[in-house]
Write a protein that binds this ligand. Structure first.
Ligand code: NAP
Length: 315
């Protein structure tokens, strides 16, 4: 018979790794199921400046490597698996996280599956995705040394990544559908100080990514006048928010309209024994620090649930 873990965590970003550290330290047999490599979106973040304890900026990769090593040190098992569904067995209180070639059985589950970059869904975007259209300046910025790029979006990610792109690109045009940025003031102050290298196309959307063998231009539309124009560029960076990676949990736990999982303050979902934390959860602030805090809370809640199931008095 296959093993039943006390705790299975779906996703190995900051939320999942922190839940793993807390779960394993509390004595729960703990496994993290991760689709790709542990670390989550943060791995591609150039510099993390707002995670407490690091007076000097640390790269996203380094920070996540530390969290992964810490989780491994406490005995968290990490398995490569793309979870497709959650089955609940009410007879033996088990929850089965099902993936293509098997399943993991656990008494409790923490969903920490994060979110992925939203796309624009415009002609040319998919054709050039990964070779001319990107959602990661840290990964692809160096390909645009002395080239002209456009950045789509006006949030923290768009502005942070634009600042990073100034190291490489000769010109950056930020295309934003409104007349003011959504990004926090500190990032706005920084980008507005960048000088001629950074341009803005306000109240503008991208209608098409154009090119033959490679990206050559974007077709833009002014949202007020519907006037269209062509802007030549060598690459397009899309930072228009995220969609939660929660397909496998839909119909099992309650979500909002966008698919973000609804929890209470203890990170409990609508199903006993299933918790959620990090970017997959409906909440106000999506940061590494909030993901970690929620991961700790989710693991503590899971610990209390499992100990009650096992009949261990909890004080
Ligand atoms: P976001 O805050 O949701 O911003 C998305 C941006 O894309 C908005 O400006 C939005 O325009 C625009 N947008 C959305 N759909 C669009 C479409 N179809 N066409 C054109 N534009 C579109 O997403 P984010 O910037 O990725 O940030 C996500 C979360 O991570 C936020 O909570 C953010 O604070 C956090 N974050 C923090 C940092 C940091 O350094 N502290 C860095 C990165 C991210 P509107 O403004 O008109 O809605």
């Amino acid at each position: 018979m296959s093993e039943t873990y006390d705790l299975a965590i779906i996703g190995g970003g900051p939320a999942g790794l922190t839940a793993g550290i807390y779960g394993a330290r509390a004595g729960l047999s703990t496994i993290i199921l991760e689709k790709l490599t542990p670390g989550g979106q943060v791995v591609t973040t150039d510099v993390v400046e707002n995670y407490p304890g690091f007076t000097e900026p640390i790269t996203g990769y380094e920070l996540m490597e530390k969290m992964l090593n810490q989780a491994s040190k406490f005995g968290v098992e990490i398995k490569s698996a793309d979870v497709k569904s959650l089955d609940i067995n009410h007879n033996d209180n088990e929850i089965h996280a099902v993936f293509d070639d098997g399943k993991t059985n656990a008494l409790s589950v923490i969903i920490a599956s994060g979110a992925e970059h939203r796309r624009l869904d415009i002609p040319g975007e998919n054709r050039f995705w990964g070779s001319g259209v990107s959602c990661c300046a840290t990964c692809d910025g160096m390909f645009y040394r002395d080239k002209e790029v456009v950045v789509v979006g006006g949030g923290d990610t768009a502005i942070k990544e634009s600042i990073f792109l100034t190291k490489f690109a000769s010109k950056i045009t930020i295309i934003h559908r409104r007349d003011r940025l959504r990004a926090t003031k500190v990032l706005q102050d920084e980008i507005f100080k960048m000088g001629d290298k950074v341009n803005f196309a306000w109240k503008t959307v991208v209608k098409e990514v154009m090119g033959d063998a490679h990206v050559e231009a974007v077709r833009l539309e002014n949202v007020d006048t519907n006037e269209e124009r062509i802007l030549e560029c060598d690459g397009v960076f899309v930072f228009v928010g995220f969609n939660p990676n929660t397909e496998f949990a839909r119909g099992v736990v309650d979500t909002d309209k966008k698919g973000y999982i609804i929890t209470n303050d203890d990170m409990a979902t609508s199903v006993p024994g299933i918790y959620a934390c990090g970017d997959a959860r409906k909440k106000l602030l999506r940061q590494i620090i909030t993901a970690c805090g929620e991961g700790a809370t989710a693991a503590y809640s899971a610990q209390m649930y499992v100990e009650e199931l096992k009949g261990i008095a909890y004080k």
